[in-house]
Design a protein around this ligand. Structure first.
Ligand code: EPU
Length: 765
């Protein structure tokens, strides 16, 4: 597809000034090329359907960016460079072709730029970015002023690509994925490893080895190659100027006495029989020691003294997304890695395991449909070192979806291999929830993949910062969980997750939580036993406080008064009354909720209601200040106690009256009988609607003939018309649809406006 271009490309690109347009400029390789061309003084424009942080940075440096591909974009350009990801019918490419403009593939342009200097190409399937960044860094520290081109953001190098007019060398990461690696004619090459990859492009391993053999033949100086990789040694066997490195006894440059620590490694380096010295690498993993040995071999041969090499290796930091620590605390470690090939995944997991945390939880996003299909078996074997794996759907990159090729097939392979902690979550935006909800102190969480899975880890990291602060507030005795499914905490058994689920055990911790949420601008919602609650499927954003245990479950008896924390069940108050000979509280046996909910809703049963027994309420205001108010100071309504809309109950004192035990037993029995005979035992939220002045809601629903009416797994109970039951696996959406159906029927047929008694909260799914 490249138009004839008889010019001296190296001269055109590095010694002249032109108008150059890049198609697909937002790609990681293309943006580096744009940066080089800008530094070389060209007028650079580029088009892409997405913009990134990198395109924004390049715009500041002078890039004319077009946010879509339009045929006229390259009209003024002298030369058009395009990425391999760009399809041939791209409008910019098509018009450049029609107008006979010179066109170059990315690798051809890069190879030409390299041709203007003494090129060093880093090639292989895994570790290229890290190794090319390490090479550029070591040569830079060695005073050689190298130019570089690396396929990712490299904090220690400042940018992913840089042209340094002062130096002779140009270090570049070669991309073997599309065969264009054969465009390069470097002076030196560093070959890391060769194995089956990119089988969308190559027929087999032999085809891959052929491309590498061509590169080696085109290398004018030295080929540095791994002595530990059979495919590499096989490909390099006839190489005239070869220098090997690695762990093998046969390697020219050898690493021995390797000591792997959590985030660093120490090792001794030998050149044949000569001991060069000790190296310390501040990035983890045996595979990085191996990469560093290649860099040491190359830098030594270029004349950098070993002590300089060792000093710069000590300073080297990772490229972005290469075992990048996103969050670290005593309790948790969150790491992101670009690994997307089974070999890389295994190496990254080995490194993660060596860190010695309790468990490793991974989120994995397969990359490309072609790789998913070709290497599915190998993927199945790659996760042995992970305690838990959540696989999400395939990140297609520039490939069109292939029917039947989803993350499920990888999850199935891992399961087939005997792994017991695997699940498939097709919704990428929910992956952080699945992993976050499993978190336990001592866990290392790893995001793996070359797509956008790292965004899920970033969300988890941001939430964990907040969660850890709240954990400090509730202390060891309290509990805190991320993304806790509220279906576990509501009697109806529906509802999405709480972003932060917090269980304080003391009034002091509760007050501090209130103040924290206010300071951090976090929504706070209190949930008791969840017996009168319908949480929507999207769950509740912000903090959900569940006061239970400790101060909140206490029940104290004093004469005819019972003081109970908001977490105590109303039933337990009725039973405590029986033990202490206090009557008048038996009706509470019929309410499934706890004191907090009972107060908030002024719950009732058997013709009685909560505030008929309440004499005092203790609560915290919106600033966390405590108050105690007597009954006569409180405004209470039917099924509503408005004070608790903005304040938070802590405890309440109920008054009964002295009664004989037999009498109490009899009334408790009545309540139980009433429940057993008139209410369903299935999962429900108690009565859904408030009774109306004209008719009890249950009777109305019954008369409307709606018993057993259903939407999905939500069904009106056949026992009581004011109960909707969950037949197993119902969603909040189904519940809400059924509620609307009943309200509609009541309005149309009887002119009655039903109001829900159950509280409906949260976001739609
Ligand atoms: N009825 C019917 N068909 C039905 C249901 C009820 O005809 O399907 C009739 C009953 O026969 C009765 C009248 O409707 O004549 C009222 O029914 P019920 O006695 O069962 O009382 P309710 O008003 O429906 C209230 C509370 C319940 C509490 C019971 C028992 C409300 C909204 N509900 O129910 O509280 O358990 O009394 O004391 O006040 C709750 O609030 O969640 C709850 C379960």
């Amino acid at each position: 597809m490249t138009a004839a271009f008889d010019l001296d490309l190296a001269k055109v690109l590095t010694r002249e000034r032109h108008k150059i347009h890049l198609v697909g400029v937002a790609g990681s390789g293309m943006s580096g090329l744009a940066a080089l061309l800008l530094e070389l003084g060209h007028e650079v424009s580029g088009s892409d359907k997405i913009s990134t942080q990198e395109t924004t940075r390049l715009q500041r440096l002078g890039l004319h960016f077009h946010g879509q591909h339009r045929s006229e974009d390259a009209a003024a350009a002298d030369l058009v460079i395009f990425s391999s990801a760009i399809k041939t019918d791209n409008p910019v490419l098509a018009s450049a072709r029609d107008t006979g403009k010179p066109m170059l593939r990315r690798a051809e342009a890069l190879a030409a730029i390299m041709g203007a200097k003494r090129g060093i190409l880093i090639a292989g399937m895994h570790g290229k970015t890290t190794t090319s960044a390490m090479t550029a860094h070591v040569l830079r520290e060695g005073g050689l002023h190298p130019s570089h081109y690396v396929g990712a953001e490299i904090p220690i190098l400042g940018t992913n690509a840089h042209w340094d007019a002062r130096g002779d060398y140009f270090v570049a990461e070669g991309d073997e994925s599309d065969g264009t690696i054969a465009c390069f004619h470097p002076e030196h090459a560093l070959i890391l490893n060769i194995e089956e990859e990119h089988l969308d492009f190559y027929a087999d391993l032999a085809a891959i080895e052929k491309v590498f053999a061509a590169l080696i033949a085109q290398t004018s100086g030295t080929v540095f190659y791994s002595a530990d990789d059979l495919n590499v040694t096989h490909t390099c066997r006839s190489c005239k100027r070869g220098i090997s490195y690695g762990f093998s006894d046969k390697a020219d440059y050898r690493g021995v006495d390797i000591k792997l620590k959590d985030f660093s490694s120490a090792f001794s380096v030998f050149h044949r029989d000569e001991r060069l010295g000790e190296a310390l690498l501040n990035v983890p993993g045996q595979h990085n020691v191996h990469n560093a040995l290649g860099v040491i071999a190359l830098a030594t041969e270029l004349g950098v003294p070993f002590d300089k090499i060792a000093a710069s290796l000590r300073k080297f930091q990772h490229a972005r997304r290469r075992f990048e620590i996103k969050y670290a605390s005593e309790r948790f470690l969150l790491v992101d890695d670009y690994a997307h090939h089974p070999t890389e995944i295994r190496a990254t997991l080995t490194t993660a395991k060596s860190i010695g945390r309790k468990r490793i939880l991974t989120m994995f996003q397969p990359h490309r449909y072609s790789r998913t299909t070709a290497l599915r078996k190998q993927f199945g074997l790659a996760f042995d070192d992970a305690d838990c794996v959540v696989v999400t759907d395939v990140y297609g990159s520039n490939e069109a979806p292939v029917p039947g090729v989803t993350g499920q097939i990888i999850a199935d392979e891992i399961v087939a291999h005997g792994h017991r902690g695997v699940s498939y979550q097709p919704r990428l935006e929910w992956v952080h929830r699945n992993v976050g909800n499993m978190l336990d102190s001592g866990d290392l969480v790893l995001s793996l993949g070359a797509g956008n899975i790292h965004e899920q880890l970033s969300i988890l990291a941001a939430d964990l910062v907040v969660a850890e602060k709240m954990k400090e507030i509730v202390g060891e005795e309290g509990d805190l969980r991320l993304y806790e499914p509220l279906s576990k905490h509501t009697t109806l058994r529906v509802g999405g997750p709480a972003q932060f689920w917090v269980e304080p055990r003391t009034e002091k911790a509760f007050a501090e939580l209130i103040r924290f949420c206010r300071r951090e601008n976090l929504a706070l919602f209190v949930i008791g036993r969840g017996s009168n609650l319908l949480v929507r499927d999207g769950g509740i954003g912000g903090v959900v406080v569940h006061p239970c245990g400790g101060d909140f479950d206490k029940i104290d008896i004093d004469g005819d008064k019972i003081t109970a924390g908001v977490g105590a069940k109303l039933k337990e108050i009725a039973y405590a009354g029986r033990t202490a000979g206090i009557g008048g509280l038996e009706w509470m046996e019929g309410i499934p909720g706890a004191v907090g909910g009972g107060l908030r809703m002024n719950a009732g049963a058997m013709g009685a209601q909560t505030f008929e027994n309440v004499v005092r309420v203790r609560y915290l205001d919106a600033e966390g200040n405590p108050y105690t108010k007597n009954r006569d100071e409180l405004d209470v309504r039917y099924r509503n106690f408005p004070l608790l809309e903005k304040n938070f109950a802590v405890s309440a004192t109920f008054r009964g009256h002295a009664a004989m035990r037999d009498e109490i037993e009899r009334r408790l029995g009545e309540s139980q009988d009433k429940r057993r005979t008139s209410q369903p035992i299935a999962k429900s939220a108690g009565c859904i609607f408030k009774n109306t002045d004209s008719i009890p809601a249950g009777k109305l629903v019954d008369e409307l003939g709606l018993k057993n009416a259903r939407v999905g797994k939500a069904r009106v109970s056949e026992v009581h018309g004011n109960f909707i039951v969950n037949d197993g696996g119902a969603t909040a959406a189904e519940m809400l649809e059924l509620i609307e159906k009943i309200k509609g029927a009541a309005r149309e047929k009887r002119g009655i406006e039903l109001e829900t008694e159950v509280q409906i909260v949260g976001e739609p799914g």
